[in-house]
Design a protein around this ligand. Structure first.
Ligand SMILES: [Cu+2]
Length: 454
C-alpha cells in the first residue's frame, strides 16, 4: 500500500473528523522540473494498474513444476509490453517539447533525481535521489561491474545468435522464437536458460536503481519506487532503464532476416481505402477514485466517503472504415492490425470502433465499485482453445469476436496470435517498397491533436 503524502494526510483527516471529502490529487514535482510535463503519463493510475497487472499475470517467479501450467510467450510478452511503454513515453515527451529518453548507462551518472512524495502505509517515505548521482555498488545486491559483465554476456549471445544452456547446450535465437528466449533471460524469469551465467539483468537493475539513495543501507530506508511494480513508472529512471533493455532487444531483432514478400502477402486480397470517422483527439478528464480501503478501519467508526480526483489523459472515440476487395473465389480469414475478420468474396466494408482495439480497456473499477456491483467476470469457457485452420496468424477460433488480448492473451492462457509481437514492423525493413508492393498493406498518416480546454 502506498499513499501520496498530501492526499493521504487529507484522507486520514476526513476519516478522523468523519467528514466526507473529495481531494484533488496533483502530480509529483514542481514546474521548475521540465519532466513534470509528462508526469501525467508516468503517474497515470490506469497505466500503473496495467503495468502491475501485467507483472502479476506473467510473474517472473512463476514455477511451471509447482503450478502445473506453462505461460506461453512470457519472455516475448515482457519485451513487448515494456517496448510499448518505452515508445509511447517518447511520443508523449516529443509532444511536450522534451527529448526522447536516453538509455541508462552503468558508467554514467544518473542525471535526473527524483523525489517521489509518496509514503508506504507502514514503513516511511519512499527514498529520494538527487540529480547526477554516480552509480554505486549496492550491498547485498550487485556491483556495477557485475551489471556490465551480465550485459556483455547477453550482447555476446545476441551477436552469436545463441545462448548457452546450463549443460553447455546451444540454444539458438535466430528465429521468431528467439525473442521469447531472450526475454526470459533478460528479465529474468524462472524460464531463463541459464540464470547462473546470464543473471537477472532487468530485475537486478531495478533494485540497483531503487537503492541508489542509500546503497549501503546506512539509513535503513525502505525500497525505492523502482523496486515496486505499483510505483516504478513514476520516475524517469524507469524509462531510462527500459530504453536500455529495449535497445538490447532491438539488437536481436535487427539480427533477424527481414520479412519476405511471400511472408507478408495475402494473395487476392487488397485494401482499397481506410477512413477515420473524426479527428483523433486527446484531452484531460477528471478521474475520481475511492480511498475507502486506504485508510484504517474499525467497526466502531463509520465509513465516510473519501475520494480523490486526478487528471487523466483520455481520447475521443472514433470509428475506422476499411474497404477491402477479396478476389479469391472463397471466403478468407484475415488479420487486420490487430483483429481477425472473415472476408467474403468481392468487396467488404469493415467497420471498427476504437473501443474494440486490442490495446484499449475501460478504466479499472474502484474497489468501491467492485463491492457495489459485484462485477461478474466474463465466461472463460467462451475463449477456450479449439483447433482451427488459419494459415499463419491466429491460434484460436472466434478471434473476430474477442478484444483486448494484445498484451495479455486470452483467459485460458493462450496467446491468440501466431505472429511475433510487433509483426510485421518488428524486424528491420531494408526496403520500404516491400510494403507498397503487397496489396494487403495500406499505410495512412494520421495526426493526433491534444485539446487543452475540454
Ligand atoms: Cu515492468
Amino acid at each position: 500500500m502506498l499513499i501520496l503524502t498530501t492526499t493521504g494526510y487529507l484522507a486520514y483527516k476526513a476519516k478522523m473528523t468523519q467528514t466526507a471529502a473529495k481531494i484533488r490529487s496533483h502530480f509529483t514535482g514542481s514546474k521548475s522540473n521540465p519532466e513534470q510535463r509528462v508526469a501525467y503519463f508516468g503517474e497515470d493510475i490506469g497505466m500503473n494498474t496495467r503495468h502491475v497487472t501485467w507483472h502479476l499475470e506473467f510473474p517472473f517467479w512463476w514455477d511451471d513444476a509447482h503450478e502445473d501450467h506453462h505461460i506461453e510467450r512470457k519472455g516475448e510478452s515482457f519485451f513487448w509490453v515494456h517496448h510499448q511503454l518505452t515508445v509511447r513515453f517518447d511520443a508523449e515527451r516529443l509532444s511536450n517539447y522534451l527529448d526522447p529518453v536516453n538509455e541508462l548507462h552503468w558508467d554514467y551518472v544518473i542525471y535526473e533525481g527524483f523525489a517521489p512524495h509518496t509514503m508506504y502505509k507502514y514503513g516511511g517515505y519512499f527514498p529520494s535521489r538527487p540529480d547526477n548521482v554516480k552509480f554505486e555498488d549496492v550491498d547485498g545486491v550487485a556491483c556495477v561491474r557485475d551489471m556490465l559483465i551480465l550485459e556483455s554476456r547477453i550482447r555476446d549471445a545476441i551477436a552469436h545468435g545463441y545462448f548457452t544452456g546450463r549443460d553447455g547446450s546451444v540454444i539458438s535465437i535466430r528465429d521468431s522464437n528467439g525473442i521469447n528466449i531472450l526475454g526470459d533471460v533478460i528479465e529474468s524469469s524462472t524460464y531463463s536458460t541459464n540464470p547462473e551465467y546470464y543473471g537477472s539483468l532487468h530485475n537486478t537493475a531495478h533494485v540497483m536503481l531503487g537503492r541508489q539513495g542509500d546503497p549501503h543501507g546506512k539509513f535503513a530506508l525502505p525500497p525505492g519506487v523502482l523496486e515496486r511494480f505499483e510505483t516504478a513508472t513514476r520516475g524517469l529512471a524507469f524509462f531510462r532503464l527500459h530504453k536500455y533493455i529495449d535497445n538490447i532487444f532491438r539488437e536481436h531483432k535487427d539480427n533477424l532476416p527481414p520479412y519476405t514478400k511471400e511472408e507478408l502477402e495475402l494473395p487476392g486480397v487488397s485494401i482499397d481505402s481506410i477512413t477515420i470517422s473524426n479527428r483523433l483527439e486527446t484531452h484531460f478528464e477528471d478521474l475520481k477514485y475511492s480511498f475507502i480501503d486506504a485508510v484504517d478501519d474499525t467497526t466502531e467508526v463509520q465509513d465516510v466517503a473519501v475520494n480523490a480526483v486526478v487528471s487523466h489523459l483520455m481520447y475521443n472515440e472514433f470509428i475506422i472504415d476499411i474497404h477491402i476487395t477479396n478476389k479469391n473465389d472463397h471466403r478468407v480469414m484475415a488479420t487486420l492490425d490487430k483483429f481477425w475478420t472473415k472476408l467474403a468474396r468481392g468487396s467488404n466494408k469493415i467497420t471498427r470502433s476504437s473501443t474494440q482495439a486490442g490495446v484499449i480497456v475501460p478504466d479499472v473499477p474502484s474497489f468501491q465499485t467492485l463491492m457495489d456491483t459485484r462485477l461478474r467476470l466474463s465466461d472463460p469457457q467462451k475463449l477456450r482453445k479449439r483447433p482451427w485452420t488459419a494459415k499463419h496468424d491466429g491460434a484460436i477460433e472466434g478471434l473476430h469476436e474477442s478484444t483486448a488480448f494484445n498484451q495479455c492473451g486470452c483467459y485460458d492462457g493462450t496467446y491468440p496470435d501466431n505472429q511475433p509481437h510487433g509483426y510485421p514492423l518488428d524486424r528491420h525493413v531494408d526496403d520500404k517498397r516491400i510494403f507498397t508492393g503487397v496489396s494487403n498493406f495500406k499505410v495512412e498518416d494520421v495526426k493526433v491533436f491534444h485539446m487543452e480546454d475540454n
